[in-house]
Design a protein around this ligand. Structure first.
Ligand SMILES: [Zn+2]
Length: 482
């Protein structure tokens, strides 16, 4: 147990904080990884008497750590690869490079992503992870970062070309499909073991079922999804209706569409979160709302891949929990949840005619904190500065150029915030990043290692990328098909 720590002389982002009102000055007492007490104004003196260590934050902002509720860690090693194609074509390239990553490359990729996120005030991440055979390496790397991690290994055995009726020549099809994917039983064995070895480790790691997307699962995998969630008491995270071609295939393949199929299969519940959710119909969105499913908005990725606009206002009206994600670094770009908050806040305003209903800074911050906590199935103890919650916090300097605010409030924080203003990040009361330095692991060594691995990754990917080059034309024009 760590000695009680008091962070004081800071501007507090509290759950009830209004977007426009100046932030209240106060203090937080941290004990055994949790927020033991919060005080504003005169109440801070009482906290001081309970603290063994006190840190004066000099008027900086203390906020709940941000949650990146949908990303793919392997792609941190793939910046600079293809990003000007729609998802179905882009996916050929991300798979090509992804398959070429060694265990070491995945480890380094995770560390680089963690350094980026810690520097940006992100304390928790949901990693939707394709390379299931490398799960232990990935989990060890995540563990080493000190971050809070939801780890959702992919489940899938059907390929997009099959689902979307793209006919590939036999030999090319075999190469695009790559290695055989696990069966339902094999996934069962994997998740049972991951749950035993990793779930709840250091109170920071949680295992989730990670169906790649419902339509990418065969019948045995749908059953495994439903049964493993019950047997292992795990939450689940999946992509849902990200593109127009997926929407069209979902409607033709499943009675009423893919979300009613999820209901029939028994996988809709309040421990499921879905990424994107751009194309569900109104009836399908109603089903998601009725079952308490959370939706992760990935506005940067949706724009970059031209996938479409998530019907945010409709989800809001239905009371659906919204969280925010960066998606892959090779689609959504920076894992900077400040940037994602701004996009999510701005993007939908033109379509909302009543400005009273426009999302504001408070709501956007709620998506990035409490919404993300809900995706991690930790809504009761994460995402707020409140007594009893985990001490996952970020410190922001609102004083620098470009940040200095006339009124230091949430509006300024969300509109101007970014990695350059973050001066500290902690998880469970432990500093992981402070004053320009990642403390949890050796960031410089990870960068050096990546520099050494680069040529090897490109060389290993050469044949796979050639396959993608050959296949990409067959996927052209999918979005325009009737
Ligand atoms: Zn994704």
């Amino acid at each position: 147990m760590n000695a009680p720590l008091m962070l004081h002389n800071c501007l507090l982002v509290l759950p009830e904080t209004d977007a426009r009102a100046p932030l209240s000055r106060g203090a937080v007492l941290i004990e055994d990884g949790r927020i033991a007490a919060v005080a504003t104004g005169g109440g801070t003196a009482a906290l001081a008497s309970r603290a063994a260590e006190k840190i004066d934050l000099g008027g900086q902002v203390l906020m709940p750590g941000l949650v990146n509720a949908h990303c793919h860690s392997y792609a941190n090693a793939m910046r600079g690869t293809e990003n000007s194609l729609p998802l179905e074509q882009w996916a050929l390239y991300t798979s090509a490079y992804g398959r070429s990553l060694s265990e070491e490359a995945i480890r380094v990729s995770i560390l680089l992503g963690a350094a980026e996120m810690l520097r940006a005030g992100v304390t928790a991440v949901l990693d939707h992870f394709p390379h299931v055979a490398r799960s232990d390496t990935a989990l060890q790397a995540h563990h080493d970062t000190g971050m809070r991690v939801g780890f959702a290994p992919f489940m899938h055995d059907l390929h997009d070309h099959t689902i979307l009726d793209v006919e590939l020549p036999e030999e090319l099809r075999r190469r695009v499909e790559g290695a055989r994917r696990p069966t339902g039983e094999e996934y069962g064995a994997l998740f049972r073991r991951l749950k035993k070895d990793w779930h709840g480790k250091d109170r920071r790691i949680s295992i989730f079922l990670g169906p790649n997307a419902p339509q990418r699962c065969s019948n045995p995998l749908w059953r495994a999804w439903r049964d493993l969630a019950a047997e292992l008491d795990l939450g689940a995270h999946t992509h849902l209706l990200e593109t127009r071609p997926q929407s069209r295939a979902g409607k033709s393949k499943y009675q009423g569409g893919i979300v009613p199929e999820m209901k029939r299969r028994g996988v809709l519940n309040d421990r499921l979160s879905v990424a994107h959710g751009i194309w569900p119909t109104a009836d399908e969105r109603a089903l998601l709302a009725d079952h308490g499913v959370a939706v992760v908005h990935n506005p940067a990725s949706n724009l970059m891949l031209g996938s479409g606009h998530m019907p945010l206002e409709d989800y809001r009206k239905r009371g659906v929990t919204i969280a925010l994600g960066s998606d892959s670094a090779n689609t959504g770009g920076r894992q900077d949840i400040f940037e994602i908050m701004r996009l999510a806040m701005m993007l939908h305003r033109p379509a909302i005619t009543d400005p009273v209903r426009w999302p504001d800074a408070r709501e956007a911050l709620g998506w990035a904190t409490q919404g993300g906590a809900r995706v991690l199935c930790m809504a009761h103890e994460l995402g707020r500065i409140e007594q009893g919650c985990r001490a996952d916090l970020a410190v922001i300097d609102l004083g620098g150029a470009g940040m200095a605010a006339l009124i230091p409030n949430l509006t300024a924080l969300v509109q101007q915030g970014g990695p350059e203003a973050v001066t500290g990040t902690m998880v469970d009361g432990r500093w992981l990043y402070r004053d320009g330095k990642v403390l949890a692991f050796d960031e410089g060594a990870a960068l050096t290692r990546f520099a050494a691995l680069r040529a090897e990754i490109v060389a290993r990917a050469r044949d796979e990328v050639a396959t993608a080059d050959q296949a990409v034309g067959y996927f052209a024009g999918l979005a325009a098909r009737a």
